[in-house]
Design a protein around this ligand. Sequence first.
Ligand SMILES: NC(=O)C[C@H](N)C(=O)O
Length: 360
Amino acid sequence: SPLIHARASNTSYTNSNGLKFNHFDASLPNVTLLATGGTIAGTSDDKTATAGYKSGALGINQILSKIPEVYDIANVNAVQFDNVNSGDISSSLLLNLTHTLQKTVCDDPTISGAVITHGTDTLEESAFFIDATVNCGKPIVFVGSMRPSTAISADGPMNLLQGVTVAADKQAKDRGALVVLNDRIVSAFFATKTNANTMDTFKAYEQGSLGMIVSNTPYFFYPAVQPNAKHLADMEDVDSIPRVDILYAYEDMHSDSLHSAIKNGAKGIVIAGEGAGGISTDFGDAIDDVVSRTNVPVILSHRTVNGEVPTADITGDTAKTRIASGLYNPQQARVLLGLLLAEGKEFDEIRNVFGEATFA
Ligand SMILES: NC(=O)C[C@H](N)C(=O)O
């Protein structure tokens, strides 16, 4: 079968952009794989352990060595970008990732797409960031795992194989960034981690998945389409993302948290509001006071997993200081607000971008 050529071939190759491939077959598509760590690179001495293991312990070549089948699908340029638990992924790493993807994937006509391996805890934030900042139509596929590499029935190897397959697939183009785990293909714009422990965790509850993978064959339910609300952020000349803090709302919430966030340097605030963006009257008064003095934009989001914060609740004077997040959950709203501030957008422009994701 022609499919075993690249796997069998030990021919290494460096393309004109300096990207290295360990196994190369000119008849196959080329995919860049940027590894950042997480459970997919995690290890434990106990094969039954799906907790208490070490994240980011294996290098990407050690992970790939267990799935030579990837070389039947694509030539893989594997790069160890970082090797951390995803709680340690920073906006400066993401900016670097954006600039790298632009140069080595978008601007290189020989590369079909990219795969990012990532811890699942914050994968949705990074995938949302890249979805907004890298937009050349080539698939950028985020992959992680819920079981460490040493566990019985580890999910990482299959997820990675499927991720490379999707990144190499022409049908995956023009859909924005994608999340591939547990045999599902989900839009990075809508994906969220819904379960802290189990493999069926990444979901877009209202929007559903874009497709499925069976026997390493991706199937997309619909032709390529992009979300209506999506804002494309131009990061070409940006070298840092302003700090945005998330404050969680609850009964008895104290406005001290707002004052200290701003005092400590937050340039934007997202509230994980009760229901459709609810906060106490006192906290609302504190927002009005602080925003009119500092001009720091405050986005009201929702601590519920689903639903939207409509603009209908934010009228009159409160509309001068508060912006409804619409569909964006707090972690998405934080990433988006950081990108908008980095682009130098003012209050009204920020409101318009969030307004694209509000219905009422
Ligand atoms: N499943 C995982 O990848 C969780 C891990 N703590 C991480 O996010 O890096």
